[in-house]
Structure formats: structure tokens, C-alpha cells
Design a protein around this ligand. Sequence first.
Ligand code: NDP
Length: 329
Amino acid sequence: NKKFILASHPEGRVLPENFMLVEENLPPLRDNEVLIRHQWLSLDPYMRGRISPAKSYAQGVKIGDTMVGATVGVVEQSQSDKFQVGDVVLSATGWQLYGIANASQIMKVDASKVPSSAFVGILGMPGITAWTGLMNICEPKSGETVVVDAASGAVGAVVGQLAKIAGCRVVGIAGGAAKCEYVVKELGFDACVDHRSKTFAQDVTDALPAGIDCLFENVGGAIFELLLSKMNAFSRIALCGTVSEYNDDPYPNKVLRSILINRIKFQGFIVSDKLETWPGIREKLTELVIAGKLKFRESIAEGLEQAPQAFVGMLAGQNFGKQLVRISN
Ligand code: NDP
């Protein structure tokens, strides 16, 4: 087996050298374990938090530990009566070619109608994050204006499409003309503002004549501050992430005056708080994907060796859609 371990905690910006590729012999399976050949490795912004030595809501990766991550793969050996050789499974077995997991920690997926990679993207943690934050915290109503940043990404793309289905005017924020064009033309957002443009602040104002009723916040920092200044009275913010600040150490602190003066309902959330809601949400998302009402796009890095570079690139905006690593076919 080949796998990436954490070689060092990043100081500020994460670098490929923070990870080290090592080879090992896999131990024989114990009772109830399965051996999985990974097809897909999901790269997600939360991983930046896991490799920081600072305390967070989840336990961090220690130096020498295998890098954590969700995978989709095929069962190659099974010591469990719940899984057969050939089953396609979702697991959390990390940045490696093969994973060994207890049967209780993996889930069989039906990849007959959707590609298997969707189970770590639109039908997995990112899609469920979008649904949870939008439906439970933003509670969008028809005719309202919804704004989402990192709009072409794994979470943002689903947020905007679901808000369109709910009858809202949807404005995305994304980095670069190609991402913005995709968000409007392919995903059906009403508008998208390029945060790399020199006229960004004016463009945001122009795109939001009626202000913001729901903000699904993925980015933080200066973009968040600008969007805050456009919030309407009794608007809602789902604070999902602050990816622009993940490489900063320590997190810059911002004044949230707009929250107070506009009586904004503002709630942070972690998608894993309510695991019992996942199957129901996944079912609804699956229906929408199969019906062609939800689209998704993937950025694929080829081979486990590319994982560190792709992860560093994702935090710099080089991914376009859900970032995956193809481990095998
Ligand atoms: P994406 O696929 O959206 O990839 C990250 C994107 O962030 C980049 O492509 C880039 O898009 C944007 N970005 C990075 N740095 C900056 C910057 N300095 N300024 C502006 N944009 C930047 O990732 P996900 O969809 O997986 O995650 C989106 C957010 O959701 C993250 O904040 C993540 O932590 C959060 N999240 C939270 C969860 C929860 O339970 N609360 C669960 C899952 C995700 P662009 O080029 O368009 O700027």
C-alpha cells in the first residue's frame, strides 16, 4: 500500500512538503473488516483545520498519522457478511491506495444511476452541507435574494441550484470569469460576481439591487465583510466556512456590527451534527440529480501522488468544482 502521512504541521500556507508518501505492507483482515481499493479520494477544505495543531471541533491529524479523507472504492476482500467482493462503498479511509475498515464504519452505495464519485460530492458531505445550511438556517422564500460565495465549488454549486428550485434570485461570488460563466450558464444562477476583478465592490452593489435576504457564507474575510454591508433587515446567514482564512494563523478577527443592527439570524453549523438527517437528504438530492435538476462538476487530479498538490491548489482556488483524486479505475 502507498499512503500519505502528515510530515509536519503547516506554518501559515499549507505546502506539498507537509505531506509524505510512504509504503507499507497491509496487515491481514480481522473479523468484520473489509479491504477497499480506493477509486476516489475527496479533498475538502476542512482538512486544513485537521492538520493544524490548534484545537477545533474535531480531532486533529498527528504527525505520522495517515491523512484523513472520505473515499469511494471497491471491496477486494471481506471478513464481513454485510459486504461482498465487488461492492462499491463509501468510507473514511484517507489518502491511500487501499483502506481497511470495520464493516460498521462503511456504507454501500448504489452507483448504477449516478457516478460513484458523487457520493463524496453532491450526494455526500458537501451536498448535504448545502442542503442543511440553506434549508435549515437560511430558510429561503420564493422571490428572496440568496448569495453564496465559492459558488462554483462542491458546496456552493448545490446551494445556488437548490435556491433556484426554491424560487429565489441567486447571486454567486466566484474567482475568475470561467467560474462565473459556468455558475450562470450551466448552473442557472441569476448572476455571478468575480471576486478577482478590480471592480468587485461595485459589481457586488450592481448585482444586488434588493440587497441580500440569505447569505450562505463559505469564504469569510474581506468578501464576507463586503457582503455583510448588503444584508437586509431580518435576513439570515448560514455561516458554513471561512476558507479564505484557513491558511492564516491566527484567524483574523472581524467586527460583526451588521449582524446586530439588522437583527440577522446568524448560525454556524457542522454538517455532522445531525447524522440521522443524512439518508433523507441524500434521497432528495439523488432524485434531483437523476431528474437532471442538479448539476455537478468535478476537478480530477490523477493518482494518489497528486493529492498534496491538488489540496494546496484547492485552497488557492485552482479547483473548479468538487476536488477529487482518482486513485484507480
Ligand atoms: P470548494 O470546492 O468551494 O473549494 C474551495 C474554494 O474556495 C476555491 O475553489 C475558491 O473558489 C474558494 N476560495 C479559496 N480561497 C479563497 C479566497 N482567499 N477568497 C475567495 N475564495 C476563496 O470547497 P467546498 O465546497 O468543499 O467547501 C466550501 C466551504 O464550505 C468551505 O469553507 C468549507 O470549509 C465549508 N464546509 C463546511 C461544512 C460545515 O459542516 N460547516 C462542511 C463542508 C464544507 P473561488 O476561486 O471561486 O474563490
